[in-house]
Design a protein around this ligand. Structure first.
Ligand SMILES: [Zn+2]
Length: 238
């Protein structure tokens, strides 16, 4: 995968700064899949989106993931570190799954957007089941058991759609499956990266009078070399 240029990263960061997390994930997906129309990306299975975001992240920020999360049982802060090799292989196919004779498409970003206004978790799960069903009119009235079975089947068919980690708390021994939201994680990293880029632009523009486009077009090594020369606060352009 080709690394996006600094100005492409900044454009995505600016476009998504005030948007819903789902929109941010789609902006990142578009950055990772520049040859696919955005309208098609909204209908791509979430596992495909997450695998593309992980590939983008590995190419640009490295394959090692690390962070912290709180133990839900005792509150202990646990460090989490893994590499992309610890994650399951991306799914080979994206066809529907069949449960009890009913076919279900894999959930997409468009499906999740449809659920954004539904507060009740059961109602949201029912709406998702109906939206993914190839023949919703054929679904039974009581869908509780079917919902559970479909969730298991979808997870087996495409574990990347809803990545989770089994974590054991070192303080209390509690074991929990913790969701790994690769889109949110990548957005946090982009936010930090954009902040560093803007600092660099500010410092070099102040010192040399160059434009943002000129500074972002510099290679990383050359930008760092010029930054080192401005570290004394010396202004070259008067
Ligand atoms: Zn604990």
């Amino acid at each position: 995968m080709d690394k996006p240029s600094p100005d492409r990263w900044l454009a995505v960061w600016e476009a998504g700064a005030r948007r819903h997390p789902l929109d941010r994930a789609l902006l990142l997906f578009a950055l990772a899949s520049p040859d696919t129309p955005v309208a098609e990306l909204a209908d791509a299975p979430l596992g495909e989106r997450n695998a593309a975001l992980m590939a983008l992240r590995s190419a640009c920020f490295g394959g090692r993931l690390s962070g912290w999360c709180g133990c839900p049982a005792c509150g202990e802060r646990m460090s989490v570190a893994l590499t992309s090799g610890d994650l399951p292989p991306p799914p080979a196919a994206d066809g529907p799954v069949v449960v009890d004779g009913h076919g279900f498409a894999r959930p997409t970003s468009r499906h999740l957007a449809m659920l954004a206004g539904i507060d009740d978790p059961d109602a949201a799960a029912d709406a998702l089941l109906a939206a993914c069903a190839l023949h919703p009119a054929a679904l039974p009235d009581d869908r509780t058991a079917l919902r559970r079975a479909v969730a298991v089947a979808l997870d087996e068919a495409d574990p990347w759609a809803d990545l989770s980690l089994d974590l054991v708390c070192p303080a209390c021994g509690d074991q929990q499956a913790t969701a790994l939201d690769i889109a949110a994680l990548l957005w946090e990293e982009l936010d930090a990266y954009a902040g560093r880029l803007l600092d660099d632009v500010h410092q070099l523009a102040w010192a040399y009078g160059w434009t943002e486009a000129e500074i972002l077009a510099l290679g990383e090594a050359r930008r760092a070399a010029y930054l080192a020369r401005t570290s004394g606060g010396r202004r070259v352009v008067q």
